[in-house]
Design a protein around this ligand. Structure first.
Ligand SMILES: C[S@@+](CC[C@H](N)C(=O)[O-])C[C@H]1O[C@@H](n2cnc3c(N)ncnc32)[C@H](O)[C@@H]1O
Length: 276
C-alpha cells in the first residue's frame, strides 16, 4: 500500500478503462491488487489522487502514452522456453511441416501473439530449425509490453527460462549457449523472429500484419472476460489463411466461447482450424 486509496467508484471506472484498452479484467476480489499496481504507477507519474490519474488517462492527449506505461505494471509476462512443448511440437511436425511440403514455393507465416519476453517464438524457431524448415517460415511475434519486447529482442535469459520440470528437446543444445548463469539464444534463431508491438484489442493493427498459416496465442485469454476473448479470437480468425491453425494455451478452451474454428487433435495436442 503506498498511500493513494482507491474508492470503489474509482476502482469501477479505472477497471473499466483498463479492460476497454487492454482487455485485462479485474473482478471485485482484485481491487487491492489493482489499487496497489495503479497507485505505484500514478505516484511515479506525479499524481496524488487516483481520480485525477483516471481523468488524465481517459481524457488528456498524453493519456494513451501513460496507459502504455501503466500497462507495463499490469501485464503478467510469465513464460519460459519450450512451455507446453507437446503443442509446439505438434504445430511444427503436424501443421507446418506438411504445409511446407505441400507448397514448395514461398514461405509460411507463423505469429506468436502475446509472446511476452520471446521464449515462445524462439522455441518455435528452434523446433523449425531442427527440421531444416527455419528458412521456409516467417515468424512474427508480438506483445503489448514494450519492456517485454526489448528483452525478447536481446534473447538472453536467466536460469528460470529453462525450468527443470520442463521437457527440453535435444535440439536446444545447438541453439542455446550458456554464459555463466545466462542462457543466450543463438543469432540464427534470434534473426528468425520479427518482434512487433501489437495490442490484441486493436483490430486495425492485427489487419496490418497480413495473413498467417498458424497463430499461437497462449496464456493470455485467461486474463480476459468471455466477450473480450471472443472479440480477440474473431480478429485472430480473420488473420488466418483458409485452413490455417490457431493454438491457445492448454488450459484455455475456445469451445465454450463458440468459435467458427474446428477443434482438432494433432499428435495429442488440440488445435483449432479455420475452414478451407
Ligand atoms: C502469461 S504471458 C504469455 C506468454 C506466452 N504466450 C506463453 O504462453 O508463455 C501473457 C502476455 O500477454 C500480454 N498481453 C496482455 N494483454 C495484452 C493485449 N491486450 N495485447 C497484447 N498482449 C497482451 C502480456 O504483456 C504478457 O506478455
Amino acid at each position: 500500500m503506498n498511500g493513494l486509496p482507491m474508492s470503489p467508484q474509482v476502482f469501477a471506472i479505472l477497471g473499466a478503462l483498463i479492460e476497454e484498452k487492454l482487455g485485462i479484467h479485474y473482478g471485485p476480489l482484485d481491487k487491492d491488487l489493482l489499487g496497489d499496481k495503479v497507485a505505484t504507477r500514478a505516484v511515479e507519474a506525479g499524481f496524488d489522487s487516483l481520480l485525477d490519474y483516471y481523468y488524465y488517462l481517459r481524457y488528456d492527449p498524453a493519456g494513451p502514452a501513460e496507459l502504455d506505461a501503466l500497462a507495463e505494471v499490469l501485464v503478467v509476462g510469465e513464460t519460459y522456453l519450450f512451455r507446453e512443448l507437446d503443442q509446439l511440437e505438434a504445430l511444427v511436425r503436424d501443421v507446418l511441416a506438411p504445409r511446407a511440403a505441400a507448397s514448395r514455393a514461398g514461405r509460411l507465416r507463423v505469429w506468436s501473439a502475446a509472446c511476452a519476453t520471446g521464449e515462445e517464438p524462439y522455441s518455435i524457431a528452434m523446433l523449425l530449425a531442427d527440421r531444416g524448415l527455419l528458412d521456409r517460415v516467417e515468424i512474427v511475434a508480438s506483445d503489448v509490453s514494450m519492456r517485454a519486447l526489448a528483452t525478447a529482442r536481446v534473447g538472453e535469459y536467466g536460469p528460470r527460462a529453462l525450468r527443470s520440470q520442463v521437457k527440453v528437446p535435444p535440439c536446444a543444445r545447438a541453439f542455446l549457449q550458456k554464459s555463466g548463469e545466462r542462457i543466450v539464444v543463438s543469432e540464427e534463431i534470434r534473426r528468425a523472429v520479427d518482434f512487433r508491438r501489437v495490442n490484441l484489442l486493436d483490430g486495425n493493427a492485427i489487419g496490418k500484419l497480413g495473413l498467417f498459416d498458424a497463430i499461437v496465442c497462449r496464456n493470455v485469454l485467461i486474463y480476459f472476460q468471455d466477450a473480450t476473448a471472443r472479440r480477440v479470437i474473431d480478429a485472430l480468425t480473420g488473420a488466418l489463411v483458409p485452413s490455417g491453425t490457431l493454438l491457445v494455451g492448454v488450459s484455455e478452451s475456445l469451445l465454450r466461447l463458440g468459435t467458427a474454428l474446428q477443434c482438432e487433435e494433432r499428435g495429442g495436442a488440440f488445435v483449432y482450424r479455420k475452414a478451407g
